[in-house]
Design a protein around this ligand. Structure first.
Ligand code: F0G
Length: 470
């Protein structure tokens, strides 16, 4: 059959599927457990999926962080690690890749995203400052608060409504930013904390028009715009698909334009950049860079390795280039959508529209009979594990933590359970198995009674808190 007739055949069937732009060269066996084994593992883990051993997990959707499969090129790059203490050649490769694809001038490597968040917060925030952001992220806000700042959520209202369908539900509300400027004064706002695809909102994107407007508002007032670039590549795909004027631009072009409206970025390379460990900071301003590369030596390592081995930096440099390929991003987000569309077809409540890195089950509607005080999101994560060994993560009242002033629970409007899809790791058949297990939990939803927290750590409690079933 000629290439032409193959092409026509596809059109006759009216279907043009995406497929992963790679084939599998090495496999890692998965372990299947019994329900009794899973119940024992849950008890041992205090019903917290963070405390379950990976060996007791079947399909691991805890996070897309550091869980990517690296390519053969990245593994080859690992062999080219230059492990010199200072001036490793891999640092210069990383620097060049960030400059080329993100467009920033000065680069500081860090061991992972929160290392970068720590440094940027310490350098840019003074006690009494205020930081507006498009919904909080756990570690980001923790570092901003530890530096003496107060975080203000300025995401559009609809982002807190899991059923509101909008193309750019991660956008900031400019009115909310202006109100904070009016209340505290521009000199108390060191920067706007802008995340590309908002994790806690369900992986929802920010439009190019929104970042442009934020820039126009802030630049004359001397307020910087700092980007959490962790999943910005995925954000670029949504712009390509949904925003007028971008359909013919490549992911790489969109990424570069978006970053050009910001003054710098911090990055968890463990996500978009397709590596198992690593992070970086990038800024355009020389003075800020000087302070950052001073401080990195105290907390991470010399400014040309920042807590990473040379081989790690090489893998990130290669990962950056692979991550901005259009076919990669399309299949990555396509897989997330495949799972989300199955669940939607079966009337299972999830955050809509489907985001870039994960499906967020809406635990409030999943378990309408459970109050937020018995942790519905955490309960759902536990029952899903019990059903099939699939590991997910709570993103609700436990993750939100306590108000540092009043000591009460912060009560987020969104009470979610996140099924996070690692990049290039699982197949479509795994997604079917996941969807079917979620359906089984949904069918048995009335049996769930919720959880009681029996141990609560002081910081980022969701990681190590322990629970008992009610
Ligand atoms: N920013 C965002 C938006 C993140 O999602 C994360 C991590 C970080 C910063 C911190 O980066 O983990 O490298 O220190 N998110 C992970 C997750 C943990 O599962 O969503 P890190």
């Amino acid at each position: 059959m000629s290439g032409d007739s193959l092409h026509t055949m596809g059109q006759q069937h009216g279907r043009r599927s995406w497929a992963e732009p790679w084939k599998i060269k090495m496999v890692e066996p998965l372990k299947i457990t019994t329900r009794e084994q899973r119940l024992a593992a849950l008890d041992e883990a205090g019903w917290n999926t963070f405390l379950i051993k990976s060996d007791d997990t079947y399909i691991d959707l805890l996070t897309d962080s550091g869980t990517s499969a690296m390519s053969d090129r990245q593994w080859a790059g690992m062999m080219l690690g230059d492990e010199s203490y200072a001036g490793s050649r891999n640092f210069y490769h990383l620097e060049a890749a960030i400059q080329k694809f993100y467009g920033y001038k000065h680069i500081v490597p860090t061991h992972q995203g929160r290392g970068a968040e720590h440094l940027i917060s310490q350098v840019m925030i003074k006690a009494g400052d205020h930081i507006p952001g498009n919904m909080y992220f756990t570690t980001t806000r923790e570092h901003q608060e530890m530096a003496g700042g107060t975080f203000h959520d300025v995401i559009i209202d609809e982002a807190h409504d899991p059923q509101a369908i909008l193309p750019f539900k991660g956008n900031m509300d400019l009115g909310k930013i202006k109100a904070i400027i009016d209340q505290f004064g521009a000199d108390k706002i060191p920067y706007i904390s802008l995340a590309g695809t908002v994790n806690m909102a369900g992986g929802q994107p920010v439009s190019m028009a929104n970042v442009r407007a934020i820039r126009e508002l802030c630049e004359p007032l001397g307020i910087k715009v700092m980007l959490d670039a962790t999943r910005m590549v995925e954000n670029a795909l949504f712009i390509q698909e949904r925003e007028e004027g971008y359909a013919d631009k490549s992911i790489a072009q969109i990424l570069l334009e978006f970053c050009s409206y910001t003054d710098g970025a911090w990055m968890s390379a463990k996500k978009d950049n397709l590596v198992n460990i690593g992070g970086w900071l990038a800024v355009n301003d020389w003075d800020t860079f000087e302070e950052l590369r001073n401080l990195v030596v105290v907390f991470e390592g010399l400014h040309t390795y920042g807590g990473l081995a040379g081989r790690d930096m090489e893998a990130i440099a290669i990962g950056i280039e692979e991550a901005v390929q259009d076919d990669h991003v399309r299949s990555r987000v396509g897989q997330v959508r495949y799972l989300g569309e199955l669940l939607t077809e079966w009337d299972i409540p999830i955050v809509q529209p489907i985001g870039g890195h994960a499906i967020f089950l809406d635990a409030k509607r999943f378990y309408p009979h459970l109050s937020q005080d018995v942790y519905p999101g955490q309960t759902l994560a536990a029952y899903l594990y019990l059903d099939s060994g699939i590991r997910s993560m709570e993103r609700g009242i436990v993750s939100a933590g306590r108000d540092p002033k009043t000591g009460d629970h912060k009560r987020p409007k969104l009470e979610l359970t996140r099924l996070t899809i690692p990049r290039r790791v699982y197949t479509q058949a795994h997604m079917d198995v996941v969807a079917e297990s979620v359906k089984a939990c949904f069918d048995a939803r009335e049996e769930a009674r919720g959880l009681e927290m029996v141990y609560e750590p002081k910081y980022l409690r969701f990681f190590q808190a322990r629970f008992k079933p009610l």
